[in-house]
Design a binder for this molecule. Structure first.
Ligand SMILES: Nc1ncnc2c1ncn2[C@@H]1O[C@H](COP(=O)(O)OP(=O)(O)O)[C@@H](O)[C@H]1O
Ligand SMILES: [Mg+2]
Length: 243
């Protein structure tokens, strides 16, 4: 079922609610392995809810979520993790009193090939100087950017098929924004396991466009634009935010 042409994730006319309140309506999109799908839009547009819905933290009122060619039913965050869906939440939510290395390790906890985990952590730390710098430091004393590298690394070490990332650039120094987006591109293209599909929620339009293959703009819970990265410039997208 999971041939190269089958999207890792397909949302078909998905509507999502918290209780009785519908906050996302009629969203359709497809992401394949190796691709980044950027979801942009103003505060309150429903971006986080869209990610929450994929892991069962917002309820599906209509539409389908298809993962690796099969409808994703009765999903919750724990089952999502078992299906190798990694969620990197807004604000990162690392274990504050655990080191960078320990936080990375926690991402690989559910892996079947746990024996390879220490080596994969070593490789990650060797590849990303920011991770090396904070490997022995507790998360609570890391900068926002350092935490973000560790949070995405934690997700990557679970060897995800699908990674959901919420507002990774929020509160980061510009130099680390670049590093974080290099890391996101690397997760999508990781040759060692055929790459992950990535859904990236991001309000930094230029940063998002630097890695995205496809974009959609949500406003008031609905898609107001959707297409390939080249369809719109950052300025066009900026204009849409204002309307
Ligand atoms: N847990 C929740 N319960 C009820 N309503 C929520 C909850 N979280 C968010 N909302 C509402 O859903 C809408 C979309 O929020 P959200 O998905 O967080 O937007 P965004 O991530 O684009 O800023 C907002 O109107 C927000 O107030
Ligand atoms: Mg949000």
């Amino acid at each position: 079922m999971s041939g190269a042409d089958v999207p890792v994730l397909e949302l078909e006319r998905l509507s999502l609610a918290y209780g009785e309140t519908v906050v996302v309506r009629d969203v359709s999109l497809k992401v394949r392995a190796g691709e980044v799908y950027a979801v942009m839009g103003p505060n309150g547009a429903g971006k986080t809810t869209l990610l929450n819905g994929i892991v069962g933290m917002a309820s599906r009122v209509e539409g389908r979520i298809v993962f690796d060619g099969e409808p994703l039913e009765r999903i919750n965050p724990q089952r999502a993790a078992k299906r190798r869906i990694a969620y990197v939440p807004q604000g990162r939510q690392l274990f504050p009193y655990a080191s960078g290395r320990m936080n990375l390790w926690s991402g690989g906890y559910g892996r079947r090939d746990r024996g390879r985990l220490e080596k994969d952590i070593d490789d990650f730390i060797a590849a990303w100087p920011v991770a090396a710098r904070v490997a022995k430091r507790n998360a609570e004393v890391m900068s926002g950017g350092e935490q973000q590298v560790i949070a995405i690394g934690r997700g990557a070490l679970s060897k995800p098929r699908l990674m959901l990332i919420d507002e990774p650039s929020l509160g980061l120094a510009p130099i680390l924004v670049q590093e974080v987006f290099k890391l996101i591109a690397d997760v999508a293209s990781d040759a060692s396991h055929a790459g992950a599909a990535v859904v990236l929620v991001e309000q930094n339009v230029e940063a998002a466009l630097s890695v995205a293959d496809h974009v959609c703009i949500l406003s008031g819970g609905q898609v107001v634009h959707q297409g390939a990265r080249g369809d719109l410039t950052a300025a066009d997208i900026g204009d849409m935010y204002l309307h």
